[in-house]
Design a protein around this ligand. Structure first.
Ligand SMILES: [Zn+2]
Length: 213
């Protein structure tokens, strides 16, 4: 867990939209490996907005929740805290697995609790030539919203991509996760257009300054 996460609004880096839901969710914390990481989901409202942008939950269902939370903010706050704890559990488990360590039991317990929660409103629907996640009108519960993320995370922990989850090696402390789909399996940065480019430019600068490096 990262109790010192600073809350900011920042732009997503390019390329992230192709990552699985769980990775995109975990990467709503930027600069994870710094002393003060940045929280990009600064409120229950920002969380709903992120879910909508990432294809989880129908717009109308999200609007209904948003309206309900305006009159009952405590409900929004409870869900928000739970979603953030869930996100940090996913991060901790993926990192433990990446390092070959057993995840902590309370962390795995929290993850399992949300993985197996009943989701009466969640379903798949055919929409414009694609299967999409949706929530049954009037029966949606906030827990439904975490379903697609939970399924995505469990697939990353156990499925064919389980050995391909990596953490960005950027030395400024980016710390974002990504799935290395490269043939060589030696990808080191979350995005070549950002952290990768910077590392390349830095190496070039060092070579120019020290030709014997
Ligand atoms: Zn990075």
């Amino acid at each position: 867990m990262c109790p010192d996460i600073r809350r900011t609004r920042g732009k997503a880096k390019r390329g992230l939209e192709t990552e699985p839901h769980a990775i995109r969710f975990v990467n709503t914390v930027a600069w994870r490996l710094r002393a003060s990481p940045e929280e990009r989901l600064s409120s229950p409202e920002a969380l709903l907005e992120w879910l909508g942008t990432n294809g989880i939950g129908y717009k109308t269902a999200l609007e209904e929740l948003s309206e309900a939370w305006r009159s009952r903010p405590a409900e929004g706050a409870v869900f928000y805290e739970m979603a953030i704890r869930f996100r940090e559990a996913i991060y901790d488990i993926l990192i433990a697995k990446m390092r070959g360590n057993e995840p902590l039991q309370p962390t795995l317990g929290l993850f399992n609790e949300l993985l197996t929660s009943p989701r009466p409103g969640l379903r798949l629907e055919w929409d414009r030539n694609a299967l999409v996640w949706s929530m049954r009108h009037g029966r949606a519960s906030p827990l439904d919203l975490l379903g697609p993320i939970a399924f995505s995370a469990s697939e990353l922990m156990t499925g064919s991509k389980a050995g391909k989850v990596r953490q960005c090696e950027d030395d400024r402390g980016c710390g974002w996760l990504f799935v290395d789909e490269s043939r060589s399996q030696r990808r080191r940065w979350c995005s070549m257009g950002d952290c990768g480019n910077r590392a390349k430019a830095r190496r070039h600068y060092q070579r120019v300054r020290s030709p014997f490096l």
